[in-house]
Design a protein around this ligand. Structure first.
Ligand code: FE
Length: 192
């Protein structure tokens, strides 16, 4: 970690985009470029937000907009770890910072896998009720950790959404929360 200012600059630029009234389409073009710029360099995330757990993938809140228009998270994936099949109910972007991830998309009723793709470091994937909201994400590696940076159109840890049974497709409600109780003090992170 040597340039945490990148995160501060990303948050400022993303806030500016929303202040300018950007909807999902602009967020998925201009906001996506901002996230791609953030994950193009793996030199800014404090190690405490990349810490994996042997039990399950970890999701850390890095920042939440005071008006809850967006939140920024880091996901730390241990070897072979994966999410359940789940939805978001709001727009979301997944940018890979380190390692690699596999995204499987699902659609239809009953729920069926529709496509699968690999995300290398620097790649950004999009989800929303409009473009496809149900997926399963996994660490592409069985022998090492991966880290991704996610941005969502809400304080996502508080949003009631769904996980889906892989066999029956049955939905159950869940609220993800975060590993950390509160977002970090960004001024502490940049050493100000
Ligand atoms: Fe997701």
């Amino acid at each position: 970690m040597n340039n945490p200012q990148r995160l501060i600059d990303f948050i400022a630029a993303f806030t500016g985009l929303l202040d300018d009234g950007a909807g999902e389409e602009r967020i998925f073009s201009e906001g996506r470029d901002l996230l791609a710029g953030l994950v193009a360099h793996d030199d800014w995330l404090p190690e405490e937000f990349a810490r994996t757990s042997a039990e399950r993938y970890q999701q850390y809140l890095l920042y939440c907009d005071p008006r809850e228009r967006f939140s920024v998270l880091s996901f730390a994936w241990g070897p072979g770890q994966a999410t359940p099949i789940h939805d978001h109910t709001v727009w979301g972007m997944v940018g890979v910072l380190r390692g690699g991830e596999t995204c499987e998309e699902f659609s239809g009723a009953p729920l069926q896998p529709s496509c699968s793709h690999h995300l290398a470091p620097g790649a950004v994937d999009l989800v929303s009720p409009r473009v496809g909201d149900i997926h399963r994400v996994a660490n592409a590696f069985a022998d090492r950790a991966s880290v991704s940076i996610h941005v969502y159109g809400a304080d996502i840890g508080k949003v009631e959404r769904h996980v889906f049974d892989p066999v029956t497709g049955a939905a159950s409600r869940f609220v993800s929360g975060y590993v950390n109780a509160a977002a970090p003090d960004l001024l502490r992170i940049i050493g100000a």
